[in-house]
Design a protein around this ligand. Structure first.
Ligand code: FAD
Length: 317
């Protein structure tokens, strides 16, 4: 499967852009903010809520970072104006973390402050291991300024994750709010698990540790062994109906998160059983670069994409 994925990735730049676009548009709302708004309106009927991502990461000038700052600010206004149950996901490198740390902090603070005023939440997406600690530090710095409406993503594949859960929960107590996923970036085996079974095992342990520590836990996986493990842990704790809890609830609580276009049937089934489900909705003009980069980072994604296209019944949007 990995070889198959690599072959697809290698041939992707040769494919006509309109074919790549057809593939990408299953996973991306569209180039404009209005596309994200219409996608969310449609999926709201399925009981989902949302986190919205403006496509793009690791920029090379602060002018580009300012674009993201302005776009996210407009996005928060649009979410409010349309009365959508949605928050935002941001990438610290798109805000300039690796270009000008002080300006990046100040832009992220201004967005988080605006979100706080609107009663909204900011999720810091986790990028590759160069910026793991930096990203956690941004989140802790915001909390120390009273901006508790921000949480980080941890990646099950990284060996450091259990110790990160411990130190973040010790620092933030019941204000700890995590998204836990396997991690899309393939990292070397001195810092990361590299076998499927180990990655699943470590992601499951992280879910358990987050719930044990009373943190708000957003489980972001389409993989049934991870979802089933989380459901068993939630049942053991009597946490069964997260849809009735408020959006901004902190402390013990949970939700399930899915990428737009992936395993909608599993998401709808969880929602019908009372679980809060959130869809990650990316939009933006940089869908082509985003798609190609994601495929290069992890060629296995290409296998999922092709399977979803050839056997669409395995993956309803
Ligand atoms: P997999 O074993 O990869 O997938 C299980 C099954 O789901 C597959 O067999 C397939 O049927 C289906 N599937 C999975 N992906 C696709 C796809 N692209 N197309 C079609 N079918 C698919 N990673 C980070 O490193 N940082 C983040 O901040 C981050 N945020 C995320 C936010 C959300 C809401 C989600 C759901 C994932 C996020 N990820 C992030 C990605 C995550 O780390 C994994 O790389 C990704 O979810 C695939 O792992 P999986 O657990 O879904 O299991």
């Amino acid at each position: 499967m990995a070889l198959f994925g690599r072959l697809i990735v290698a041939s992707m730049p040769l494919a006509p852009k309109f074919i790549v676009k057809r593939v990408a548009m299953r996973y991306v709302a569209g180039p404009e903010m209005s596309d994200a708004i219409s996608t969310m309106r449609e999926l709201s009927a399925e009981g989902a809520c949302f986190t919205v991502d403006v496509l793009g990461e690791e920029i090379s000038s602060m002018d580009e970072a300012n674009y993201f700052h302005e776009e996210y600010s407009r996005l928060l206004d649009a979410i409010e104006e349309h009365g959508l149950n949605a928050n935002i996901s941001i990438k610290p490198t798109a805000f300039g973390l690796l270009v000008n740390r002080d300006s990046a902090y100040s832009n992220m603070e201004s967005i988080t402050r605006k979100a706080q005023k609107l009663g909204s939440f900011v999720r810091l997406d986790m990028e590759d291991s160069r910026v793991t600690q930096e990203t956690i530090d941004v989140m802790l710095a915001m909390h120390s300024k009273g901006l508790t409406n921000i949480g980080v993503v941890l990646q099950g594949r990284l060996r450091r994750t259990e110790s990160d859960i411990d130190s973040i929960c010790s620092a933030l107590g019941d204000k700890s709010d995590f998204r836990i996923c396997k991690g899309i970036y393939l990292e070397p085996d001195d810092i990361a698990h590299t076998k499927y079974s180990e990655i699943v095992g470590a992601t499951n342990s992280a879910v358990t540790s987050m719930l044990d520590r009373g943190a708000y836990t957003a489980i972001a996986s389409h993989d049934l062994p991870v979802i089933e493990h989380a459901l068993a842990e939630l049942r053991n704790r009597g946490l069964t109906d997260s849809r009735s809890t408020g959006l901004e609830k902190k402390g013990p609580g949970y939700e399930f998160q899915f990428l737009l276009g992936v395993r909608g049937d599993v998401r709808r089934s969880l929602a019908s059983k009372g679980h809060l489900t959130r869809v990650y909705v990316p939009y933006g003009t940089r869908w082509y670069e985003y798609g190609i980069r994601r495929l290069r980072e992890n060629p296995e994604v290409a296998s999922h994409v092709v399977k979803a296209l050839l056997m669409p019944w395995t993956n309803r949007r």
